[in-house]
Write a protein that binds this ligand. Structure first.
Ligand SMILES: [Zn+2]
Length: 376
């Protein structure tokens, strides 16, 4: 296995095979995929094999954006405790910290149904907006945001020669093999001092990110910074400063060629400890389900992953997100915490601190709530 960011060999001791994963739209995926950790650039990643490419092709061909909540954007918690759609929190961050001029042109790569561009346009009314996506499913949604809005497929973007003052990649870069080459190539679409905003999940903070089949890279703060700098950008800020469990990076295009990423100082190899913890979580849920069919608290990545191991022993999902309640996922209903069947057993498949908060909050609802095991 070779690192897809720096080309270094990844030694067998740093490789873990995983058979059951979840697509980023929370559908279960079964394939022989491998995770590895590069000791040279520090990036934890998937092996970019034919199997991985085939899995991604099939995921994207059937992609169901936020289907549990009928297309509504998932709410996130900001670093200062605000709760709102990710796009709104990111637009506010740009307004406060990016020093953007009153007018300009923005390109959102991986724009989906336009959740970010819509919010951005509300905050920056005199900016021209453009969205790029793999296929044309959401082209009309993007064009409907503003009279001058542009939609491009990724194929059209590759041949595009216009310039942008800001390029955003929101939950996009982690899907792309060879991120240094990809970012380096984007520099041709930017003027001298163009800005880049990258938002990715923080895999070091969230072990469940490793289970997302179509994520090629599982970034830590240091690995993301290293890759963006290697691609020829000056990083202005990088950290969990907008959304607690995600990394927000703001960078400016620099006049220097791209180079190979090399980690300076210690690399954070969280792969072995995360995998060991995920094994314990799976073991705990499977043991509970031996007694009776159980409910799973949380219908996103983690809940869907654990549910895929339960098969017929999965009775229902529980979710606090009202947009999901009343819908179904993986063939079972999603119920509100208030409607958990009395006497049922519910496994809370969330990171331990959050899981114990949820358990306390809903302790009086008549269901037996079991939290995921703590990290040792
Ligand atoms: Zn590497």
């Amino acid at each position: 296995m070779k690192c897809h960011a720096c080309g270094a060999d990844i030694v067998p001791e740093d490789i873990v095979p995983v058979e059951r994963m979840v697509a980023s739209d929370c559908q279960p995926v079964r394939a022989n995929l491998r995770l590895g950790s590069c000791s040279s650039c520090g990036l934890v990643q998937k092996e970019i094999s034919q199997t991985w490419q085939d899995s991604c092709d099939s995921i994207y061909a059937n992609y169901r954006i936020y289907h549990q909540s009928a297309g509504a954007e998932q709410k996130s918690k900001s670093q200062d405790g605000q709760f709102g759609p990710r796009s709104a929190l990111l637009s506010m961050f740009l307004r406060k910290h990016a020093g953007l001029p009153s007018a300009g042109a923005v390109l959102d790569i991986g724009c989906g149904n336009g959740a970010f561009l819509r919010q951005f346009r509300d905050h920056f009314v005199d900016w021209r907006i453009a969205g790029a996506e793999l296929n044309t499913s959401f082209a009309e949604d993007i064009r409907a945001i503003a009279p001058d809005a542009t939609f491009l497929t990724l194929g059209e973007l590759a041949a595009f020669s216009g310039k942008f003052d800001l390029i955003t990649l929101i939950h996009c870069l982690e899907h792309i093999p060879d991120p240094v080459a990809y970012l380096d190539n984007l520099r041709r679409l930017m003027d001298g001092d163009g800005l880049l905003l990258v938002e990715v999940p923080d895999a070091q903070k969230n072990p469940f990110d490793l289970l997302i089949a179509d994520h090629a890279s599982h970034f830590s703060i240091s690995a993301l910074r290293c890759i963006v700098e290697a691609a020829g950008f000056d990083v202005l800020s990088c950290g969990n400063n907008v959304l607690g469990k995600e990394i927000t990076l703001l960078a400016r295009r620099a006049e220097r060629p791209a180079r190979k990423p090399v980690a300076d100082g210690g690399t954070a190899d969280f792969l072995p400890s995360h995998m060991a913890w995920l094994d314990r979580v799976r073991g705990a849920a499977e043991q509970l389900a031996r007694r009776q069919a159980i409910g799973v608290f949380g219908s996103s990545i983690a809940g869907s992953w654990i549910a895929a191991h339960l098969d017929k022993r999965l009775a229902f999902f529980v979710d606090e997100d009202e947009a999901r309640v009343g819908r179904s996922h993986m063939g079972v209903p999603i119920v509100a915490p208030d409607n958990m069947p009395r006497g049922s057993v519910v496994f809370i498949c969330l990171e331990p601190r959050l899981a114990s908060q949820i358990r306390e909050k809903h302790a009086d609802k008549g269901a037996e709530l079991i939290a995921a095991p703590i990290v040792e």
